[in-house]
Every structure is written in structure tokens, then in C-alpha cells.
Write a protein that binds this ligand. Structure first.
Ligand code: ATP
Length: 288
């Protein structure tokens, strides 16, 4: 028996860090949406009871460090499942890029093994279980567009943004989320207007969305890696409607309404950056 699941990347239309909590996590407010840049997850039933992970990507661990492995293990242990699963990950989302690739793989495995092992869990139940694996997994279980609060695990669905192009570019540097949070000075950092972003989405107001993109973590990563600022500048000069870093970076994305302009931005970045993608927003929940 084989099951295929699509695991799309997410971008943060806005990301605000409110304060550091007593448990060490940061309280956040994030507006996230999925884009059509996705890993492909192929699940094969294993009667032996083993959980195996395979991938052609050298950046992805193939043992219990893989979030996809942890997702299968969580359901297997919690519901005392005898069968196992082989998880093949076709990695298309850049790794450690601020696009929640690992979380999306884990979410896809939760959805897929729920079907494969006939567990009958609802999407909400899977999202709750996902929070035990990582803060972004709950959002990724549903996909679409949502406001995520708490440490990211409290997810409220929002309407999809109006259709547009998203051009993404990842400089060839690694960014540690932990380092970015450690260097964050909440008093000096910029805080996006989450309410205005949510309002713009509810109204389907593309211009409003573009003028309210913001990311509290961006200033920190910009200070560490000048490449991030260079890509932002290039996108702005080429006529993007909105430009922002996703998550803790280093991927920068821009929103563009017009096809020809999106293509121009893509081409101009391709010249000096190897990882560039031009994709559509998914926006709606297509994963249930
Ligand atoms: P986030 O924005 O949620 O921090 P990210 O996009 O920055 O996510 P990921 O691509 O999820 O980061 O990878 C972060 C780390 O997680 C990598 O260094 C990698 O070794 C590890 N990892 C574990 N499982 C996976 C997976 N299935 N795909 C990619 N990376 C994984």
C-alpha cells in the first residue's frame, strides 16, 4: 500500500515576537500562508513495524532526528500501531531556510499515516499532536492561510490572499533560528501590525496585505548576513509589490501581481543566486 502527500512550504506574511515566556519559548503572532513549492512524501506500509526514512537530499537526516520520522513514531506509540512505514522524502523545499520544510514533512506524514493505519483522527486532532513535534507543525497540518499564536501552535484559519506570484530566493548561507532569537532585542525590534494584516486578508485587499508585511526577526538576520539585504534591494528595484524575509531567514520572498514583472524579478535574481523559485500562493486549505 502506498500513499502520496504534498508538503508545501510556508511563508510568513507577518511575524511578530511579543515577549519571552517563563518556559523559554517566545510568544508570537504570525500570519502564515502556503506556497506552491512543495516536498513530495511517499509512504509505503511496512508490515515489519519499522519506521524508515529515505531521501536523495544530503541535507536531510534519515534517522530519528528527521521530523517526519518523529511524526510517524508519535502516532505509532500513542495508538499502539503494529505496522510500520517507509517514508520517502523528495526534497524540493530549501532546508533550514525559514520555510518550515521539516514541519511540513512531519505534517504530511501525520495526515498520510492517519489514513494508512486507519486511525480516524480529525485534522484538529492531528494538529494538536503536531504541536508535540514542533511549533509550526500544527499550521502545516491544515495548510492554507492562518493566524498562529502562542508559540505558533494555536492556529486560526484566515481567508486566502488574492492570487499573486511569489518569488523566493535563498542565499547560500545557513541561519540558526536559535542564534537569531538570542540576538533579538525586543525593545529595538520592529513590530508588524498583525491586526491590519488580518483585516486586509479578510477584505481581500492585496495592497493592504503588501503594505503590512513585516517580520520582527528580519533586522537581526540582516545584521548578520548582508546577502539578505542585497536580495531585498534587488527585488525592490525590480518592482516587487512587497518584500520580506520569511521566518528567521535567510529566504527572502516578494509578492508580485503581474506575470511579466514576476518573471523579470526571477530572471534578475537567477543571475547571482542559485536558489530562486517563482510560484503561486496556495492560500486555501488543500490538504484535508
Ligand atoms: P523553521 O522555519 O520551522 O525553523 P526551517 O525551514 O528554517 O524551519 P527546516 O528546513 O525545517 O528549517 O530544517 C531545519 C533543520 O531540521 C535542518 O537543519 C535539518 O537537519 C532538520 N530536519 C529534520 N527533519 C527534516 C526534514 N524532514 N526536512 C528538512 N530538514 C529536517
Amino acid at each position: 500500500m502506498q500513499i502520496l502527500e504534498k508538503a508545501p512550504a510556508k511563508i510568513n506574511l507577518s511575524l511578530d515576537v511579543l515577549y519571552k515566556r517563563a518556559d523559554g519559548f517566545h510568544e508570537v503572532e504570525m500570519v502564515m500562508t502556503t506556497v506552491d513549492l512543495a516536498d513530495r512524501i511517499e509512504l509505503t506500509l511496512l508490515q515489519s513495524g519499522d519506521i524508515k526514512v529515505e531521501s536523495e537530499s544530503r541535507f536531510v537526516p534519515n534517522d530519528e532526528r528527521n521530523l517526519a520520522y518523529r511524526a510517524a513514531k508519535l502516532l505509532k506509540d500513542r495508538f499502539q500501531v503494529k505496522e510500520g512505514v517507509k517514508i520517502f522524502i523528495e526534497k524540493n523545499i530549501p532546508v533550514a531556510a525559514g520555510l518550515a520544510g521539516g514541519s511540513s514533512d512531519a505534517a504530511a506524514v501525520l495526515r498520510g499515516v492517519n489514513r494508512m493505519w486507519n486511525l480516524g483522527l480529525s485534522m484538529d486532532e492531528l494538529a494538536d499532536l503536531g504541536a508535540e513535534i514542533g511549533s509550526d507543525v500544527s499550521f502545516c497540518v491544515h495548510g492554507g492561510t492562518a493566524l498562529a499564536t502562542g508559540r505558533g501552535e494555536k492556529v486560526k484559519a484566515l481567508p486566502a490572499p488574492p492570487p499573486c506570484w511569489v518569488v523566493l530566493s535563498k542565499p547560500t548561507i545557513g541561519v540558526s533560528t536559535q542564534t537569531v532569537y538570542q540576538r533579538l532585542d525586543l525593545k529595538k525590534a520592529e513590530h508588524p501590525d498583525t491586526e491590519a494584516m488580518v483585516h486586509s486578508l479578510k477584505k481581500g485587499d492585496y495592497r493592504g496585505i503588501c503594505s503590512h508585511v513585516g517580520n520582527t526577526l528580519e533586522g537581526v538576520t540582516l545584521g548578520l548576513h548582508e546577502e539578505v539585504g542585497q536580495i531585498k534591494e534587488q527585488m525592490k528595484q525590480a518592482g516587487a509589490d512587497a518584500v520580506l524575509m520569511s521566518g528567521s531567514g535567510p529566504t527572502v520572498f516578494c509578492l508580485v501581481e503581474h506575470d511579466a514583472r514576476a518573471q523579470r524579478i526571477y530572471n534578475s535574481l537567477k543571475g547571482f543566486c542559485t536558489e530562486v523559485y517563482m510560484v503561486r500562493m496556495l492560500g486555501y486549505q488543500e490538504t484535508s
